[in-house]
Write a protein that binds this ligand. Structure first.
Ligand code: LP5
Ligand code: MN
Length: 241
């Protein structure tokens, strides 16, 4: 049983090389896996399943083909594509997962998350997150014409970039106490997440004296990142696109 995990591709029309790298990844690595987990910020921005941009169609077709080859595909939302819905997931042949999801493999319990929920020192972001994850807010946003949604998303990106440039680096990383709490609550020994764009493997000392692990995926820019989980254990891999 081989599972692959990816996140933070930030697919967009402006980054055609990432789309090409993803299609190559599907044809080369994913097609021989059993499961593919996409852990958010797959798209750089998602404003609704009714967006008719060609990129959405191209990616849906590629994922559907992978699913047709028998690979099970799972998707967790990121802070850029939290509006990706059941309709688009069905077009891709993938299953949407909740913000925290546990899988058991080879005697370990793995907690999967995008990772933004652990950045609790970033109070401004958590406040923003609570607002845009509320169903009523989403209904209201999705009822707006596409052009208006596009303009709001672009304005928010600009605001976010400006806000980030003023935030300290460690505020935008995960809060260690949140990691320990989540692992403890879900009774897991490994956490896999993305979002911070700080790919690494970290040991996490737990209150009960055991040591858990936190494995962080990287952003797909010049190289791409994936985690492979097999009977041999877990590997964090970086590859030239
Ligand atoms: O994304 P990134 O890496 O720049 O920074 C994130 C956090 N920012 C975000 C905001 C997104 O970038 C916005 C883009 C969304 C695109 C698709 C949206 C479609 C729906 C649009 C509806 C909202 O997630 C950033 C974190 C950083 O990660 C590290 O963790 O710090 O958080 C922020 O920048 C939030 C700011 O601190 C506060 C933003 C205030 C904006 C309030 C305006 C509300 C107006 C609502 C308009 C309808
Ligand atoms: Mn993110």
């Amino acid at each position: 049983m081989d599972a692959l995990f990816i996140s933070d591709l930030h697919l967009s029309e402006e980054r055609p090389h990432t789309t090409a790298a993803f299609l190559a990844f599907l044809a080369d690595k994913a097609v021989v896996a059993d499961e593919l987990y996409i852990l958010g910020d797959f798209f750089d921005a998602w404003i609704g399943d009714d967006d008719d941009r060609p990129l959405a169609g191209q990616i849906a077709q590629a994922l559907r083909q992978l699913a047709g080859n028998g690979v099970r595909i799972f998707f967790q939302h990121g802070n850029r594509d939290f509006l990706l819905g059941e309709q688009y997931a069905a077009r891709c042949g993938m299953q949407l997962l909740p913000a925290l999801h546990v899988i058991e493999r080879h005697g370990h319990r793995y907690l999967l998350a995008h990772g933004d929920q652990f950045c609790t020192d970033d109070a401004a972001y958590q406040q923003f997150r609570a607002m845009v994850r509320a169903p009523a807010w989403q209904q209201d946003f999705l009822a707006k014409p596409l052009a208006e949604r596009r303009a709001i998303a672009a304005a928010l990106r600009a605001k976010s970039r400006e806000a980030n440039s003023l935030k300290a680096e460690d505020i935008m990383d995960v809060t260690p106490a949140e990691i320990e709490r989540a692992l403890q609550e879900q009774q897991c020994d490994t956490l896999i997440h993305g979002h911070t764009h700080r790919p690494a493997r970290h040991s996490v000392p737990m209150a009960d004296g055991t040591t858990a692990e936190r494995v962080v995926l990287g952003e797909w820019v010049a190289t791409y990142w994936c985690i492979r989980l097999s009977a041999d254990g877990l590997q964090l891999q970086e590859q030239q696109a």
